[in-house]
Each structure stands twice: as structure tokens, then as C-alpha cells.
Unconditional design. Sequence first.
Length: 365
Amino acid sequence: MKRRRVLFAVSSLAPGGAERTVVELSAAFSQEGHHVGVLTLSGTESDHYVLHPSVERLAENIQWPSANPWQSVVGNLSRQRIIRNSVRRFAPDVVLSFGDQTNVRLLAASLGTGIPVVVSERTDPRQHRIGAAWNNLRRWLYPRAAAVVVQTRSVAEWARGWIAEERLVVIPNHVRALQPATLGTREKAVLAVGRLDRFKGFDLLLRAFASSRLPVAGYRLILLGEGPERSNLEALAMRLGVFERLEMPGVVAEPEAWMARCEIFVLSSRYEGFPNVLLEAMAMGCAVVATDCPSGPAEIIEPGKNGILVPVDDADSLRNAMERLAENEKLREQMGNAAIDVRKRFSRIRVIQQWFEVIKKIEEQ
């Protein structure tokens, strides 16, 4: 196999799905014998994830604020020059960029270099707003990418019509290496994981939990993650009378350990890209409930077999689904056992091979 120089690009190594995917993929490419680097657009102070020792880190702290429009223009030119110089110093055979604004920056910085850039959308761009200027740049630059990778078939439909079909690729996330799934007795707890942001729908989950029979039955609601909605969620729990049943430990190093011991996992998002946390909860044998939000859950869950899908922003349906699982141990076990199959469907080997195929196709062109 040809040994390549592969440069990954991502905003940071802070907690997040795109960041963790870059850490996992860069390690996999390195272990296959490639020379791998990871370029981040922020410094190391925000790091949550740790790169494989064989992966080279290029930390360019370029996300400084601008006081006025003129500083913004000058600052963006400086940022692009820094990115371009960093890419050229590493001299990659290919760049793999993750995240909308990072993708735009890498494509712009690489113009005229002859270095192929593969961009990967990590959210649902039909829902996630990045502003008119960034969106216009994306529409102009994405067709110039060597390939555009999306995570779901539904997001691929968004890209069709302005991205050439031969450059559009659907690659889901993979299930990372996890401890064996835990079967048998679990704690009476409902678990949710993600950034404490409005689009994650934790307010909806709180309302559904508070109106259900679960608090009286002894269930706790555990939210793992951190973000701007923490105080609002705590205040809502107080108003709903379930603050004593709520736990918010923040960001934890091993969320899968919590998944291994909780009876029910809930994804309450209003939209997603391709939810890693849902994959992992299923891989750990959780009985899961997820909103049928745009992009992701419907391509992972087979309703009634390995999980339950409910409409977005429907607290009553979410409450009913949680009660159904909480009050039926046999159903929880059946769905939890069936959910473990995601380890095969979204295996590391299968998904990473798809990334290798993208690079191989670019080289052949």
C-alpha cells in the first residue's frame, strides 16, 4: 500500500463529534502506515481529546476576535495566510477537512496549490445556520473540493444539484473501540449526552421526564455535557419539580461507562449530523429513544426492533416512549440486545475503508 502524507483539519480538539472523529480517523490512518498530521485552528488550551502519539499536531491559534469590520477583513487575510503556510509546510498528498467554516477556510487557503482537499459536513446544513457570507463561500468553494463527504443520505440530497455526483460521498461515523456491552441489571436512570445547547432538545427531555411516571418510580435523569443552556435547564428543572432527580456532571472522560449502567438512553435533538452518542449507547446495549430529527437517527434505528423513534419537539410522544421502556423490562432487554448490532453495521474497519477508497479514487483521477 502506498504511504501517503495525510493532513486532517478541524477547528479544535475540544469536546465534540467532529473533533473525536478526527482523533479516531487520524490514529487509524497512522496505524496503516501513513504520515499523518492534524491541523487545528485553535491552540491546545481547549483540548479535550488526545491524538495518537504518531500523529503530528499543527496547532495554529487563529481564532482571535476582531473589534471592527476592517480588523475582520485584515484578520481573515492573516488567518488564510497562516493556514496556507501551515498546509504547504506539511506538504500533504491530501487534506481531509471537518466542519463547515473550517472546510471553507481550507479550500480557500489551498486554492492554486494543487493539493486536493476533501471536505466533510458534520451537521445538517439545512438546519445549522452559518450566516449568509459563510454559506455563499461554501456554495462557491465546495464544488472545487476533490470530494464532499456527508454522513447521511438525507444530507446528500441537500448537496445534489450543486455538487457533482461523482464527488459526493456518504460516509457515516463508526463505532469506536468500546468495552463489551453490559447485559442484565442496570440502574433506574435515563441518560442523555451532548452539548447543553438548544438544538439538543434537553428542555424537551426535561418536560417529558417531569410529566412522566418515571420520577415517582425512582428514575434519575442524567445529562452529560456542558454548554450555554446549563443555567436555563437547571431553572427549568426547579420549576418542573424534578431538580432533585436531575444530575448534570458536565463533560466526562468516558461517557460509555455511564451508558453501560443506565437503563434508557434518550437523544432528544431538534437536528443532528450523525449522532455518535446514539451509536455508542446502542453499542453498549442501552434501550434507546430518539427523535426522528433531520439527519441521523432514522438511518441508525430500526423502529420497534433496536429502538424507538418519536417526532421532534413532541414531549408527549417522548414521555410515552420512556414510560413504555421503563415499565417493560423484557422490551428493554430485547431492544438493548438488538441495538448492539451497530458494532457490526458501523464498524471501524468498514467505515475507515470507505475513507481509504475516497483517497484512492482521488489519486486515480
